[in-house]
Ligand binder design. Structure first.
Ligand SMILES: [Ca+2]
Length: 118
């Protein structure tokens, strides 16, 4: 319960990690060859629902699964059924890691954002 009633007090937020939430468009999945990396770091894209080939759980390997905004849009009825009325997305800018908090270019949204304009 909020001591006062700020505008967001009655919102039910749902945080989404876009790469892992839902893959609505397989054609926009990141391709291994287009993933820029830090020195000593590897990245790979794995099939949706598949297991990562790198079982080492190394912190130097970032697995991608291709979740996108199309998938989020497809899950909106599910989220509404849960009572969710506000979404918080992890960053959606081009980045080196799957969580994208290390934004590489604030001017470039990842491809799955552009797909929403179709
Ligand atoms: Ca995708």
């Amino acid at each position: 319960m909020c001591p006062r009633s700020p505008p967001g007090c009655k919102a039910v937020f749902y945080q989404i990690f876009p790469d892992r939430f839902a893959n609505g468009d397989l054609s926009n999945d990141p391709k291994d060859e287009e993933l820029d990396i830090y020195p000593g770091v590897t990245r790979s894209t794995y099939p949706w629902g598949g297991e990562r080939a790198d079982k080492s759980k190394s912190r130097m390997h970032f697995p991608f699964y291709g979740g996108d905004l199309v998938g989020i849009e497809q899950k909106l009825p599910y989220l509404q059924d849960l009572g969710v009325n506000a979404l918080y997305l992890n960053p959606i800018f081009t980045a080196f890691t799957d969580h994208r908090y290390d934004v590489a270019d604030f001017a470039m949204l990842i491809r799955f954002w552009a797909a929403m304009r179709r």
